[in-house]
Design a protein around this ligand. Structure first.
Ligand SMILES: *Cc1c(COP(=O)(O)O)cnc(C)c1O
Ligand SMILES: [Zn+2]
Length: 456
């Protein structure tokens, strides 16, 4: 085998472990593991040669390279047998310039990476294809793994259930009762997972799944398992490839358990090591005020890891008070000259609705990222000429109740500035005509307001 990847301790303890071994933490210090790559071996190809290979594979149906994750197979999990890969050609998500929104908030070069336009409607597919493929390989090697299990705020369980079902492996998901959207709840149910709704929050579910997976026949699929990170890191690699291998100035994303930002940073660092890029973007981690441990840690200069009791928030997928990947994310924020900022319920809901008014359909977490972008532009941290990428983490269609209640203006702590309730009328032509004229006036004013005006 030309290329090689293995687990090692993230904190630098000696020791190498196979990625097909059932191991989640360093046996010496108890810290998280990470997947290491033989970068010297990867350098047997020049940066230009790698770029050409990845361009040739993009958008094909060639197994497994048609996937936006497995296109980068040598950089993700080089030695997995193609027959054991479980993929639904995830990734390959659109990155588009959000003209009207960008003009409105004062950063015309604003781009949105719709990583939620994926199989199960969130970026979690990127990591789950790698983890479930590794499990498939372990089972093929004779490892006695009976099931895969994860605690979830809704999107991890949807991805796990789908990929496990595609592989024919039983899945067990632990959900905080009443704290995921109905759309998210029905996904693992439909895919035949064992769905356990626990009377606790995500952090409580995480404690339970860690106990349950001490039994090595039940494999842990949460992002403390660094196989997930290897898949998720392809989002930043794909962004750079979509810009013809150019690096934006900023990448902003909503964070909860801190796995995704760690992954995004790891992907960029690999590109730099391979000589494909020579600068790094600045990263912004966006949190909700109601679950802001990373923001508080950042404000204290990362002198200590802050944990909080996360409060209910519209951004339910990031209602996490004890982020598992804290150490990795802290290192990434420092390396990338990063910023951590937070948004209120009112700010995230209105930012999402504002984006929707420009043609998007934004989930509440993406709303957090957009609200933070607006703040950083107003603070003068992000400048008008900067190229900014906002990573949209889930599809808005998974959060219908959020949208419905916003437009009814019945969300707590939210003053819905862009509410657009339907008009109920009798089938009377005169009344209908009069209503259209009145509403057209309002819509025209609203569109005019969204023109470049607000740049501060
Ligand atoms: C999981 C998730 C996040 C947060 O990612 P972390 O890796 O937990 O920081 C953000 N948005 C959505 C929609 C998610 O599903
Ligand atoms: Zn260690």
């Amino acid at each position: 085998m030309r290329y090689r990847a293995w687990f090692r301790c993230f904190h630098g303890c000696p020791g190498e472990y196979s990625v097909y071994e059932v191991i989640y933490r360093c046996p010496r210090c108890g810290g998280l593991l990470e997947v290491a790559h033989d970068v010297d071996a990867l350098k047997d190809r020049s940066a230009a040669a790698w770029m050409r290979i990845m361009e040739d594979r993009a958008g094909t149906t060639q197994w497994p390279y048609g996937s936006g994750v497995w296109r980068y197979k040598e950089w993700v999990l080089p030695d997995i047998n193609d027959d054991n890969i479980v993929s639904m050609f995830e990734g390959n998500t659109n990155l588009f310039q959000a003209h009207r929104l960008g003009e409105h908030i004062g950063v015309p070069d604003l781009w949105v990476k719709l990583s939620g336009n994926s199989h199960t409607g969130s970026f979690k597919d990127l990591g789950m294809t790698v983890l479930v493929s590794a499990v498939q390989q372990m089972r093929a090697m004779g490892k006695p793994i009976r099931a895969v299990a994860a605690a979830s705020t809704g999107d991890t369980s949807a991805a796990l259930a789908a990929y496990a079902a595609a592989a024919g492996i039983p899945a067990i998901v632990f959900l905080p009762q009443g704290k995921v959207s109905l759309d998210q709840l029905i996904q693992p149910i439909a895919n035949g997972a064992i769905v356990l709704a626990l009377d606790t929050d995500f952090d409580g579910c995480m404690r339970v799944v860690q106990e349950i997976t001490r039994d090595e026949t039940i494999y842990l699929a949460n992002s403390m398992n660094s196989l997930r990170i290897e898949g998720q890191k392809t989002v930043s690699i794909e962004i750079v490839q979509q810009f013809d291998w150019a690096v934006p100035d900023w990448i902003i994303l909503p964070v909860g358990n801190l796995g995704n930002i760690s992954a995004l940073g790891k992907g960029l660092l690999l590109l730099k090591e391979l000589g494909i890029i020579n600068k790094l973007p600045r990263l912004v981690a966006a949190q909700t005020e109601r679950a802001n441990p990373f923001y508080l840690s950042y404000r204290r200069g990362f002198r200590e890891k802050v944990t909080v009791q996360a409060k209910p928030t519209l951004a339910s997928a990031i209602q996490i008070g004890h982020p598992v990947s804290y150490e990795k994310a802290k290192a990434i924020i420092k390396l990338f000259d990063g910023v951590v900022e937070q948004a209120s319920e009112d700010e995230l809901a209105n930012a999402a609705a504002l984006a929707d008014r420009t043609g998007m359909y934004t989930c509440p977490h993406t709303g957090v990222a957009l609200a933070v972008l607006i703040k950083l532009v107003q603070q003068g941290v992000i400048h008008r000429s900067d190229r900014v990428v906002v990573v949209s983490t889930a599809h808005g269609l998974k959060f219908t109740q959020f949208k419905v209640r916003y437009h009814e203006n019945t969300l707590e702590e939210v003053m819905a500035r862009y509410a657009n309730p339907p008009v109920y009328l009798p089938p009377d032509i005169a009344v209908v005509q009069e209503t259209i004229l009145r509403r057209l006036d309002q819509v025209e004013k609203m569109f005019a307001m969204s023109e470049p005006a607000m740049a501060s």
